[in-house]
Design a protein around this ligand. Structure first.
Ligand code: NAP
Length: 317
């Protein structure tokens, strides 16, 4: 397989980053597909010399075809390639989705190709260093028994560590990653917005060490890593937070309340802090939530603040 030809259908962020990593591991990338001008430009930049072809041409000349298209498009792209005769016995067809398993590749399987689901547990936002983050990470792998060695070999060639995930568990696996990683972006961006509104010139300088240490502690200790007013049962502090957020950055109120209540409920379940104090926090947050629109987007002024004033410098009062 290592010397086999790899084709990439979908020259987006992951397709081109994995293409670069595969080239670095000694694989030959024989073609990549791109429709938009942005994708074509990305392919030329990241995979210079690799021909930009149609999906059919890419698959027809590859022994391994990577379908790095959005999750919702994998099954239809796979079906089109299978129907057009671009996939055949002896070929491998792989996608990089975390949430999907082998079912979305069933039309490739039906024409005798071997399906692989290989999800890099990493974020690829499209920056120049994306491909550098492939080595050393976990890849969630689902593959039929006869393809296990090949799937593991591919991941190891990329410097990754294969972690087997059952077909039935892939969606839950991916939901977990979204909770832990995508939501972290939202939380951090919201915190930087509030610091900006407080006049802090460089929010990242304050948040960086705090967030990194908290993350390390949480990875090691789970809920036990919790510190702060919820664990201490400081209802007055939490009440003051909510009042000042309502006044200064109202867009952040629903999220603050909802996250704080989840935090308080987990603290109770994990026996953190004084139960009676934490229960008072839960009651207070529940009451505040019942008096707060569930979403900032229901208020046009607040929605405008989220979109147009990401660092919160404007005074909306
Ligand atoms: N980004 C991440 O952090 C990340 C991490 C791990 C796994 N993944 C997985 O990687 C896969 C790709 O995600 P991505 O973030 O790389 O998406 P992306 O940057 O939006 O790239 C998707 C590519 O697919 C192409 N495409 C869309 N629909 C198509 C179709 N019907 N036929 C042919 N090409 C089509 C797009 O082409 P045009 O631009 O030309 O329209 C684009 O180049 C997904 O399964 C995702 O779950 C993503």
């Amino acid at each position: 397989m290592r010397n086999g030809s790899v084709g990439i259908v979908g020259g987006g962020r992951v397709g081109t980053a994995l293409g670069q990593a595969l080239q670095g591991a000694g694989y030959q990338v024989v073609g990549v597909s791109a429709r938009s001008a942005q994708a074509r430009d990305r392919c030329r930049r990241r995979l210079p010399g690799v021909p930009v072809l149609t999906p059919h041409e890419v698959a027809a000349r590859s022994s391994l075809t990577l379908l790095s298209v959005p999750d919702d498009a994998i099954a239809s792209v796979c079906g089109e390639l299978a129907a057009a005769g671009a996939l055949a016995p002896g070929r491998h067809v792989m996608h990089a989705s975390g949430a999907c398993g082998l079912a979305v590749l069933r039309e490739a399987t039906a024409v005798g190709a071997t399906p692989l689901a290989v999800h890099p547990a990493m974020t690829f936002p499209g920056g120049d260093s994306d491909a550098e983050h492939v080595a050393g990470i976990a890849f969630a792998v689902t593959a039929p028994p006869e393809a296990r060695d090949r799937a593991e070999g591919l991941v190891r060639d990329l410097g990754g560590v294969p972690v087997w995930i059952a077909e039935a568990d892939r969606t839950l696996y991916h939901a977990a990653l979204v909770l832990g990683a995508n939501n972290l972006v939202t939380l951090t961006a919201a915190a930087m917005q509030a610091l900006g509104a407080a006049g802090v010139p460089d929010p990242g300088f304050i948040l960086g060490p705090l967030v990194r240490t908290t993350l390390e502690n949480a990875l090691r200790l789970g809920d036990d890593a919790l510190t702060g007013p919820v664990r201490r049962g400081d209802t007055a502090t939490i009440g003051a937070h909510v009042s000042t957020l309502r006044e200064r950055v109202p867009a952040l109120v629903p999220g603050y309340l909802q996250f704080a209540r989840v935090t308080a409920e987990r603290a109770l379940a994990a026996n953190l802090g004084q139960a009676a104090s934490v229960e008072r926090v839960v009651a207070m947050l529940t009451e505040a939530l019942s008096a707060t629109p569930a979403s900032a987007s229901s208020d046009p002024r607040v929605r405008a603040q989220l979109v147009e004033d990401p660092v919160g410098h404007d005074d909306l009062r």
